[in-house]
Design a protein. Structure first.
Length: 279
């Protein structure tokens, strides 16, 4: 395989990461250099699929998703794609033995976003989160353990909890945008009564439980991955605490953010905890 082409493909994935998520991009930089490229490749793949169902409303989104999935299947089968995002992803898929079930579950959740606006049952909610977030955590874990199946099995549940926690924080932060622009309500807790003091409390307690489980796994991650994952963990935990302090009415009317100076402070404190072996 032409190495130059693969290098350019990975650079495209890195560009996607840095332009779409400054926070995630910063966390990836805290990973060992040898695993940064595959994590960029995973992010680029999931971001482009998500972009289709969330953004391109002026086009036939289902047609775009069908074409993207067709090209994805061809890339995984042929081990090459002229779409650089799919090419870098297929390399990671094969190198780290990512399960096809993970990819299929992810694409299933993306397709749900085209047809399902409300998740009225915990079963549907958990199914969507598994496909849209948990399996992404598992893909990354495959990279982190680099073929160590015993470690993967030991950390699998915690990786899924971390993916769930991140996704639920995103849902709560983006509540206004998801409702107003996409006509989606992911939390079954909000059916009927909407977001109020009690439903907000239920959601935050659920996320905190996910974080508690995830933290136990972070402590056991390989050294190449621990600091980067911990940095993302601290960022999302801070975002959750900010949402916790914000009243329900405000969450429904504005997107809560972490400013850049606070992000830098979080990075410094994460590094200190890491170096002092407090995680």
């Amino acid at each position: 395989m032409n190495q130059l082409f693969s290098d350019v493909a990975y650079l495209c994935s890195q560009t996607v990461t840095s332009n779409y998520s400054t926070s995630f991009s910063l966390a990836v930089k805290m990973l060992s250099p040898k695993i940064q490229k595959p994590i960029h490749a995973i992010y680029g793949f999931v971001r482009f699929a998500d972009e289709i169902v969330d953004t391109f409303h002026e086009t036939d989104q289902e047609l775009l998703l069908n074409e993207f999935e067709r090209d994805l299947n061809a890339a995984l089968e042929r081990k090459i794609s002229l779409n650089p995002i799919l090419h870098s992803f297929q390399e990671v898929y094969h190198k780290y033995n990512i399960d096809r079930e993970m990819v299929d579950a992810f694409m299933h959740s993306m397709r749900l976003d085209l047809h399902q606006q409300n998740y009225n049952s915990m079963e549907d909610y958990n199914e969507y989160i598994y496909g849209s977030a948990d399996v992404v955590g598992l893909m990354c874990l495959k990279v982190f353990v680099n073929g160590d199946q015993a470690t993967y099995n030991d950390l699998k549940d915690q990786a899924m909890s971390l993916g769930s926690a991140f996704q639920k924080v995103n849902f709560l932060r983006d509540l206004k945008q998801d409702s107003d622009e996409l006509n989606r309500i992911y939390f079954p807790h909000l059916q009927g009564s909407g977001l109020n003091v009690e439903t907000k409390k239920q959601i935050i307690e659920e996320i905190e439980e996910d974080f508690n489980i995830a933290y136990q796994g972070i402590k056991k991650l390989p050294i190449e991955a621990k600091f980067g994952v911990y940095t993302a963990f601290i960022y999302y935990q801070k975002l959750l605490h900010k949402l916790q302090k914000t009243n329900a009415e405000e969450i429904k009317t504005k997107r809560i953010r972490i400013n850049n100076p606070t992000k830098i402070k979080l990075l410094v404190s994460s590094y200190v905890n890491y170096k002092l072996d407090l995680i």
